[in-house]
Ligand binder design. Structure first.
Ligand code: NAD
Length: 501
C-alpha cells in the first residue's frame, strides 16, 4: 500500500467495458483483467477481457454498419463535419482527458495535455484532407480515359500500445473513419481508460452506431482474435517489433493489408560544429519526455570526440536536474512508468548498463518516491556498440552516449542496430547534414530539431521499426482501395482471335 497522494479521478465507470454496436457491454463469458495505478501499483478498476466471441460480436456490428452504408456512402463533406465535431469535443474535454490519461499511464500531466491537443489535430487534419482528396485520372486522346474509384475497404482492426494511448489511437481512428470504414479498436491492456472516452465522443458527434467498436483485453486473446478474423481485411498495428512479427505471421494466411509501426533505438548524432546548448536541450527532451516511453526517443546519442567530454558533463548535470515526480503535478517532467512489469524491464537494463557503460546520472529511484514505478533519468557514457543497452529498445528514461571521430564512423554507429525509426542530426554544416540524412537508415530524420512532425509527412520506420508508412494521404491510401476504371474512346484495341477467313 502506498502513502502517495495519487487521487483517483472522480466519476470513473464501475468497470471498463467493451463498446459494441453502440452499447457498453461486458465480455460474453464475463472474463476481466486488473488495471493498475502506476503510482501505487494498486488495482483501481477491472477491465472486460475480450475473447474470440466478443471480437466476433464487434466485427458483426462493424460489418453491419458498413453494409448499411450510412457512413461508408456518406459524402466526404458529411464525414468531414462529424470529424470536426469530434475534434471540437476532444478539445473541450481536454482537461478530463489529460486527467484520465495521466492517471492511467503515469505520464506527466502537462505532456498528457499536449497529447490530447494532438489527438484533436489528427481528426481535423483528416477532416480537411478527405474533402480535398482528389484521385488520379489519365487520358490518351481519342483512345482511352482512366479514372480511379476510391472505396473504403470494410472493417479495419486497430491495435494500439500503452504509450500515449489516446493520441496514438487517433492516428488510426481518424483516417480509418474519414475514409468511410468501420473499425474495431483493441487498446493496450495496461492503459484501457482513455480509449473508452472515444465511444461517448463519437456518439455525441453523430457517428452512426456500429461504425466504431471497442474490445478491451489481452493481446494474445482479443488482439489475436482480431488479427485472425476472416472479415477484417486490414490491420493497423503499433507496438513492439516482436509482436509485429507474430501478427505478420498470423495475418499471412489471410493475405491481410498490414501497416506496422514498431520499436526503435534512434540515434541523435551531435557533431562538433553543432549549437551545443540547443543539442543538449533537445536530446534531453528527446529521451526523457513521455517518461522515455516514446518510440522515436533519441536513446543513443553519438557525440564527436572533440566535444565529447564537455557534452557528457553538461548532459549528465542537466539530466540530474530533470524533475521526477507524481504524474498529476504540473512541475513533473518525468512521471511513473506505466506498469510494474515494464518498470522491472527498465530497471534490469539499468543494472545491465552499469556493467556495459559508465554511469554518469541516475541509475536508481528518486528520493521520496520509494514505491511505484519511478526511476531517475539515467545516463550511461562510453557505451560500446555491441552493448545490449546500445542495441536494444529500453523504452524508459535511459540513454547511451558513445563517442565518434569521423562522419563515416558516426554513420556506421547510427546504422548499427536492427531498428530504423528516427534519427536526429545536430550540425551547422549544410552538406554534412543532408548527406547524413540521405544515408542514415531511418524512416524519419530531423535536422537540428526535436521530434516535431508536420502531419502531411510520411510516418514510419525501416528495418525492424515498421512496415509501410502512414501519415497524410498515405493513410488514406492504406484505408482505401483504389479501383482503376478504363474506358475505351476509340477502336476496340485487340487482335481478333477466331476470325472468319
Ligand atoms: P506490445 O507489442 O506489447 O502491444 C501492443 C498492442 O498489441 C497491445 O494492444 C497488445 O495487447 C497487442 N498485442 C500483443 N500481443 C498480440 C498478439 N499476439 N496479437 C495481437 N495483438 C497483440 O507493445 P507495447 O508494449 O504496448 O508498446 C510499446 C512498443 O510500441 C514499443 O516497442 C514502442 O517502440 C512501440 N511503439 C511504436 C510506435 C511507432 O509509431 N513506431 C509508436 C508507439 C509505440
Amino acid at each position: 500500500m502506498s502513502s502517495f497522494n495519487s487521487p483517483v479521478p472522480a466519476e470513473l465507470p464501475e468497470r471498463i467495458q467493451h463498446y459494441i454496436g453502440g452499447e457498453y457491454v461486458d465480455s460474453a463469458g464475463g472474463a476481466t483483467f486488473d488495471v493498475l495505478n502506476p503510482v501505487t501499483n494498486e488495482v483501481y478498476i477491472q477491465g472486460a477481457a475480450g475473447q474470440k466471441e466478443d471480437i466476433d460480436r464487434a466485427v458483426v456490428a462493424a460489418q453491419r454498419a458498413f453494409d448499411e452504408g450510412a457512413w461508408a456512402n456518406a459524402l466526404p463533406r458529411e464525414r468531414s463535419r462529424v470529424l470536426h465535431r469530434i475534434a471540437d469535443i476532444v478539445e473541450e474535454r481536454g482537461a478530463r482527458l489529460a486527467e484520465l490519461e495521466t492517471f492511467d499511464t503515469g505520464l506527466p500531466i502537462t505532456q498528457a495535455r499536449s497529447q490530447g491537443k494532438r489527438a484533436a489535430e489528427n481528426f481535423r487534419f483528416f477532416a480537411d484532407l478527405i474533402v480535398a482528396q482528389h484521385d488520379d485520372a489519365f487520358k490518351v486522346p481519342g483512345r482511352q480515359a482512366n479514372y480511379v474509384n476510391r472505396k473504403p475497404i470494410g472493417v479495419a482492426g486497430l491495435i494500439t500500445p500503452w504509450n500515449t494511448p489516446f493520441m496514438l489511437s487517433s492516428w488510426k481512428l481518424a483516417p480509418a473513419l474519414a475514409t468511410g470504414n468501420s473499425v474495431v479498436l483493441k487498446p493496450a491492456e495496461f492503459t484501457p481508460l482513455s480509449a473508452g472516452l472515444w465511444a461517448g465522443i463519437f456518439e455525441e458527434a453523430g457517428l452512426p452506431k456500429g461504425v466504431f467498436n471497442l474490445v478491451n483485453g489481452i493481446g494474445e486473446e482479443a488482439g489475436d482474435a482480431l488479427v485472425k478474423h476472416l472479415d477484417v481485411p486490414l490491420i493497423s498495428f503499433t507496438g513492439e517489433s516482436r509482436t509485429g512479427q507474430i501478427i505478420f505471421g498470423n495475418a499471412a494466411p489471410h493475405l491481410k493489408g498490414l501497416s506496422m509501426e514498431l520499436g526503435g533505438k534512434s540515434p541523435a548524432v551531435v557533431f562538433e560544429d553543432a549549437d551545443l546548448e540547443a543539442a543538449i536541450n533537445a536530446t534531453i527532451f528527446g529521451v526523457f519526455s513521455l517518461n522515455g516511453e516514446r518510440c522515436t526517443a533519441g536513446s543513443r546519442i553519438l557525440v564527436q570526440r572533440s566535444i565529447y567530454d564537455e557534452f557528457v558533463e553538461r548532459y549528465a548535470a542537466q539530466a540530474k536536474r530533470v524533475k521526477v515526480g507524481l504524474p498529476h503535478e504540473p512541475a513533473t517532467e518525468v512521471g511513473a512508468l506505466v506498469h510494474p512489469e515494464h518498470f522491472e524491464k527498465v530497471m534490469s537494463y539499468v543494472e545491465l548498463g552499469k556493467t556495459e557503460g559508465r554511469l554518469v546520472a541516475g541509475g536508481d529511484r528518486p528520493e521520496g518516491l520509494e514505491s511505484g514505478n519511478f526511476v531517475n533519468p539515467t545516463v550511461f557514457a562510453d557505451v560500446p556498440r555491441d552493448a545490449r543497452i546500445f542495441q536494444e529498445e529500453i523504452f524508459g528514461p535511459v540513454v547511451a552516449i558513445t563517442p565518434f571521430d569521423t562522419d563515416e564512423e558516426a554513420l556506421e554507429l547510427a546504422n548499427d542496430t536492427k531498428y530504423g525509426l528516427a534519427a536526429y542530426i545536430w550540425t551547422n554544416d549544410l552538406k554534412r547534414s543532408h548527406n547524413f540524412a540521405q544515408n542514415v537508415e531511418a524512416g524519419m530524420v530531423w535536422l537540428n530539431s526535436n521530434n516535431v512532425r508536420d502531419l502531411r509527412t510520411p510516418f514510419g520506420g525501416v528495418k525492424a521499426s515498421g512496415l509501410g508508412h502512414e501519415g497524410g494521404y498515405r493513410s488514406i491510401d492504406f484505408y482505401t482501395d483504389q479501383q482503376a476504371v478504363h474506358i475505351n474512346l476509340g477502336e476496340v484495341h485487340n487482335p481478333v482471335f477466331g476470325k472468319a477467313d
